[in-house]
Design a protein around this ligand. Structure first.
Ligand SMILES: Cc1ncc(COP(=O)(O)O)c(C=O)c1O
Length: 384
């Protein structure tokens, strides 16, 4: 057997083989697969912007005026006025001096971290940080330590023991964790960053558009904008479009434009995407009722599940229902599908052993009525 076959066989034997499932359409909190429509608890389109007429119209207009492609990387000839407009608008949204647009959240994390840290530096990263953060760390060649999820005693013990051995230090955390839907004690991490002369980078992929008075994220909500050096986030989740940003200082922006390989060596995002991103930032400002409804409904679902004796986690629009056993989680997901709900089981190794779960990812279109019926159905079929 060659290596590829061996790998595929092993995946199949262990039940971890993955394949693609084509979606026919997704709209208004529903998804269509193989001709069947389900309530969709699997998307990141938290505010329903991906189907918003304003974003669609802006994308259409930009394509009409500027074409379908940027036709070059930013440093060559792909740098359009509209990219600068979005960067200025994003810096304003995040209340930072500057912003730099990346082609995706993955490219942002890989590029930013590997550009800012080197071999003689050290990185402290929450154990549940996203794969793109881990890949950026590996590429940087810095020494790195993973602290237990949201465990600041563990982080401090690592900082105490290791920080002084290295030149620069960077602490990285998400502000809403994608699998647990919870958040870190950001104020305490900021104190540790100051105490141990470190930089801090946060990933607001799942917080952008949802948290804070202006919807810019958890950093805004906790009034920590001035204390966080690097605020990364995406346009691909609540903002209903594509691409990512880093909000930072002018100096860091200039440095990244000159060194960051995932920024330099890739065609700039097309005008349609940039135009849609601009509209999504306006909508976050103008339509706060979407995020308010979303968070109210998420709290409702969490409370109802708890009331019925289920174990749930988090404080956000992402609600993990902890089942424990992988096969049980798969079976519940299948039974919910038969009842008209699409919710994905998440199993080890993506989550720790014994923590298999269903991950409910809500959108603002999932009304209390829909969620009430969902809880009834979960209770009814839980032990089938
Ligand atoms: C926390 C986090 N960071 C980064 C990314 C990557 O973003 P994108 O999908 O825009 O590449 C994701 C997406 O799954 C994420 O959950």
């Amino acid at each position: 057997m060659d290596r590829i076959e061996e790998f595929l066989q092993e995946r199949k034997n262990s039940g971890l083989f993955r394949s693609l499932r084509a979606v026919s359409y997704r709209r208004e909190g529903k998804i269509c697969l193989n001709g069947n429509e389900y309530f969709d608890f699997s998307s990141n389109d938290y505010l329903g912007f991906s189907q918003h007429p304003g974003l669609k119209e802006a994308a259409r207009k930009a394509t009409e005026e500027l074409g379908t492609s940027s036709s070059g990387s930013r440093l060559l000839s792909g740098d359009l006025n509209i990219h600068h407009q979005l960067e200025n608008r994003t810096a304003e949204f995040k209340c930072k001096e500057a912003a730099l647009i990346f082609n995706s959240g993955y490219q942002a994390n890989v590029g930013i971290i590997s550009s800012l840290c080197r071999k003689d530096d050290v990185i402290f990263s929450d154990r549940l940080n996203h794969a793109s953060i881990i890949d950026g760390i590996i590429l940087s060649q810095a020494k790195f330590f993973r602290f237990n999820h949201n465990d600041l005693n563990h982080l401090e013990s690592l900082l105490k023991k290791e920080r002084h051995k290295f030149k620069k230090s960077l602490i990285i955390t998400e502000t809403i964790f994608s699998m647990d839907g919870d958040r870190p004690s950001l104020k305490e991490i900021v104190s540790l960053k100051e105490k141990y002369n470190s930089m801090i980078m946060v990933d607001e992929a799942h917080a952008t558009g949802i948290f804070g008075e202006n919807g810019s994220g958890v950093v805004e909500e906790e009034n920590l904008t001035g204390n966080i050096d690097l605020i990364m986030g995406t346009f691909s989740k609540a903002l209903g479009s594509f691409g990512a940003y880093l909000a930072c200082s002018n100096r860091v922006k200039e440095y990244l434009i000159n060194i960051c390989r995932s920024f330099i060596y890739s065609t700039a995002l097309p005008p349609s995407v940039i135009a849609a991103n601009l509209v999504s930032l306006d909508l976050v400002r103008d339509e706060p009722f979407r995020r308010k409804t979303l968070l109210e409904n998420a709290n409702y679902l969490r409370q109802e599940l708890q009331k019925h004796g289920f174990r749930v986690k988090g404080t956000s629009q992402i609600i993990p229902l902890i089942i424990g056993d992988s096969q049980k989680a798969i079976k519940l997901s299948e039974n919910l599908k038969k009842n008209g709900y699409y919710v994905l089981p998440i199993r080890p190794p993506t989550v720790p052993a014994g923590e298999a779960r269903l991950r409910f990812s809500l959108t603002w279109q999932h009304s209390k009525n829909i969620l009430e019926k969902l809880v009834d159905d979960i209770c009814r079929i839980y032990d089938i």
